[in-house]
Design a protein around this ligand. Structure first.
Ligand code: HEM
Length: 286
């Protein structure tokens, strides 16, 4: 079973033209298998999560009842990107599995929305958010080691509570960057093969071989995203992750959840208005 489709160019050379579309099913089934195996593992085998003690004493009353997690701008970006991503997946793959419609226009429009939203996100995250909060740090790596040891039944100290994002979320973000940027960069070039409002159509920009590889890369990133998005949605609706999903809607998570999973030293939040007022000697407002 060849994962690529091939054709012969005008000079008689064999060139790749697309991925083979059965890879759509491979990705969907792999995503589904991951979900099933993970759900069974958590339900029947996983031990309750354990964290080490806080490094420094924590005074819960100093933490606001609603811990701010995502600004309105960050949430708007997330949901615009999600809408563009789903539109891209459905417009790309439904026609390949038998639901024919005129998909290309919807696809490049959603692609443009995704591209602009990602450019915005890169600027926003680099200059207005805490850029380093989404990249693994030393404690994450040390704790991954500890968690792996404990998973295999070997003695190791419990991991610390998370910073703003758990390691799993950081790794997922890295995978999305790889697949997303590949789809975007190849997609922007591929727009010159179809009629758009941006630039004149020019299918001769690259050789047939380069175009073929570009379509293959775009397709591979696309099927990779099928898996990644399935896994993302699955975690988003899992009961123990719902406080995180809710924070992407309302912008905050509860103090209890924050204290249960996060380390106030690794993810510092502004003290609550009541605590700040008390330490300033003025009556506080709840
Ligand atoms: C979730 C992200 C995306 C997925 C799953 C996806 C998937 C696909 C697939 C499977 C194809 C057919 C490729 C082929 O025939 O070999 C395609 C074509 C195309 N995509 Fe995407 N794509 C994504 C993102 C983008 C983005 C961000 C852009 C633009 C910036 C874009 C623009 C295009 C264009 C112009 C075509 C070419 C249509 C043609 O030549 O007929 N795509 N896409």
């Amino acid at each position: 079973m060849d994962p690529l489709q091939w054709a012969i160019d005008p000079w008689g050379k064999v060139v790749p033209i697309h991925i083979a579309w059965f890879l759509i099913w491979v990705a969907a089934i792999a995503g589904l298998l991951f979900v099933i195996v993970h759900a069974i593992y958590v339900r029947y085998f996983a031990k309750p999560r354990q964290f080490g003690p806080y490094e420094a004493p924590v005074i819960p009353a100093q933490i606001p009842e609603h811990v701010p997690r995502h600004s309105l701008t960050a949430r708007a970006f997330h949901w615009i990107m999600a809408a563009a991503m789903f539109t891209l997946l459905f417009t790309a793959f439904l026609p390949k599995i038998g639901f024919q419609f005129d998909w290309v226009t919807y696809h490049w429009i959603a692609g443009t929305v995704l591209t602009i939203s990602i450019i915005f996100h890169i600027i926003h995250a680099s200059f207005f958010l805490d850029f380093w909060s989404i990249w693994p740090d030393k404690i994450d790596l040390r704790d991954a080691w500890r968690r792996t040891h404990r998973f295999m039944g070997k003695p190791a100290p419990p991991p610390e509570r998370f910073a703003k994002y758990p390691l799993e979320n950081k790794l997922y973000h890295g995978a999305i960057i790889a697949a997303g940027l590949t789809a975007i960069i190849t997609g922007v070039f591929m727009m010159s093969r179809v009629r758009t409002i941006f630039f004149p159509r020019n299918p001769y920009l690259f050789t047939d071989m380069t175009w073929g590889m570009m379509y293959v890369l775009h397709g591979l990133a696309g099927v990779g995203l099928i898996m990644l998005i399935m896994v993302h949605v699955y975690f988003g609706i899992r009961p123990e992750k719902r406080p995180i999903t809710k924070s992407m809607i309302f912008g905050w998570m509860s103090r209890d959840f924050y204290l249960e999973e996060h380390d106030p030293q690794r993810w510092v939040v502004e003290p609550s208005a009541t605590a700040a007022a008390k330490s300033a000697g003025t009556p506080g407002q709840d």
